[in-house]
Design a binder for this molecule. Sequence first.
Ligand code: HEC
Ligand code: HEC
Ligand code: HEC
Ligand code: HEC
Ligand code: HEC
Length: 348
Amino acid sequence: MRNLRQLSNHFIRFFLLGLALTTFSPQTTWSAPGNQGQDKAVRHHGVNVSFATKAAECGTCHKRQYQEWRYAAGADLDNGGAGSYHAISATENMYQVMLNTVGPDMQNYCRGCHEPGNAWAVVDKIANIPEPREENVEEGVNCMTCHFDGMRIVGKDEVRDPIFCATCHNENTGLVDVYEAWSYDYPGDKTCQQCHMESGNHAFPGFHSASFRQKAVSVSAPVFSPAPSAGVQFDIDFSIINDGTGHSVPEDLFRVFRVKVSVLNSFNEQVYSYEKTFYKRNELFGENPAETEIVRSGEEKRISCSNIALGPGLYTLKIELSQDSNRVNALLNVNLPMNSIYKTFVVE
Ligand code: HEC
Ligand code: HEC
Ligand code: HEC
Ligand code: HEC
Ligand code: HEC
């Protein structure tokens, strides 16, 4: 109970702060948030567009983008064709469950990112989020969220700027601060879009894509020292390197990144195991942020398994990386596989 209370106080504080800032920002004539431009006829290639325009209407001409966003056709997303996570951000079961456990103010806060109104109206994109939308809320983050500002269709040159993604992928609370991690830690030169929208793909693969989880963190070849021999203790050392993402692993406050090491004998019995976990600590859960252990973009972490002693035989070393989706609610949690290494060795 204490955690939930802290959580809501915290969220409400940021919700009010956000509201206060938007109230004083220059272009605020927001009486009905998200409705800007609705009564103005905004024309785009012969059709009227507004925040109420449905994705399927855009899809009549932009078939490919619509198919990718709506069905994530050809993408290896965990939801098997249910759509990009942007398209299901308002209808996803887990989101609905959580939304129904919080009060109306907090619901507005959640809806700001999951059922967003005018995203281009957000001035400080690093710290503030959109107002919730009132129309077509079931479409979540839809075409209009990224391509409409109330006055015109926003073209690809502008949406290619990573700062636009910060509108919802950063809010300075430690919950989702992806943009800042990318700005300060990432040693590479790719934008969010270059990794997450290869060839303009609108399926937006990420955590829920098996291939993205697979390439996120690499594992160096394990070193045995001294060479294993019966009755003599040895160590197994290796590194994990976050060289596949542009931000931290895990990046989301709710996730846990696990590095599991195990040794199996020739009967497939586990004779050694070691596990190291990485996750963000946050005051929301009564934790000390200074104790946070994550793998930042570009960072290499050394893992040492010491003093292993085995009898003669053939063994298999398994190094398995995975991520829990939700460390706060066990009922909602799933553990999803990432990169793994298997290696056989002999103890003489
Ligand atoms: C009647 C057909 C039609 C409909 C409906 C339509 N568009 Fe377009 N759109 C076009 C054409 C034609 C172009 C210019 C050629 C191109 O880039 O494909 C275009 C271009 C675009 C561009 C690229 C602009 C640029 O400068 O980068 C975006 C983004 C876009 N449309 C978004 C939308 C959205 C969002 C909707 C739904 C509100 C929509 N369109 C509905 C025909 C249409
Ligand atoms: C600042 C924008 C923002 C706000 C506000 C926000 N979310 Fe999210 N939410 C996200 C993003 C972005 C993700 C995708 C995961 C990530 O990047 O951390 C996400 C993911 C989720 C997920 C899916 C987790 C999974 O494992 O796939 C749920 C459920 C969820 N949010 C619920 C909520 C609820 C409930 C609230 C309000 C208390 C809320 N969110 C507020 C941006 C937001
Ligand atoms: C989360 C934000 C986001 C959403 C949602 C989104 N787009 Fe885009 N869209 C982009 C970005 C970013 C680009 C530029 C991609 C690139 O670099 O090629 C883009 C590019 C486009 C283009 C230009 C393609 C070209 O190469 O000329 C069209 C057309 C388009 N989107 C239509 C749509 C339609 C239709 C929908 C809804 C089904 C949609 N988008 C949903 C962010 C988004
Ligand atoms: C208006 C808010 C908003 C904007 C703008 C936005 N996103 Fe998202 N994005 C979300 C939310 C909310 C989720 C989580 C959906 C869920 O899981 O329920 C999400 C999820 C994602 C995911 C995770 C998919 C997965 O597999 O879990 C990726 C990747 C992503 N967004 C990339 C981008 C990029 C790149 C941009 C900029 C072009 C962008 N987003 C702009 C709100 C937004
Ligand atoms: C070098 C490629 C790369 C760049 C650059 C990059 N990402 Fe990612 N991103 C990934 C990979 C790989 C994953 C899967 C990581 C995992 O399994 O946790 C990911 C995961 C995500 C997720 C899902 C996090 C979660 O726990 O649900 C979101 C959201 C996201 N990225 C958004 C962004 C945004 C926004 C930017 C730019 C500020 C960005 N990414 C830059 C490769 C990249």
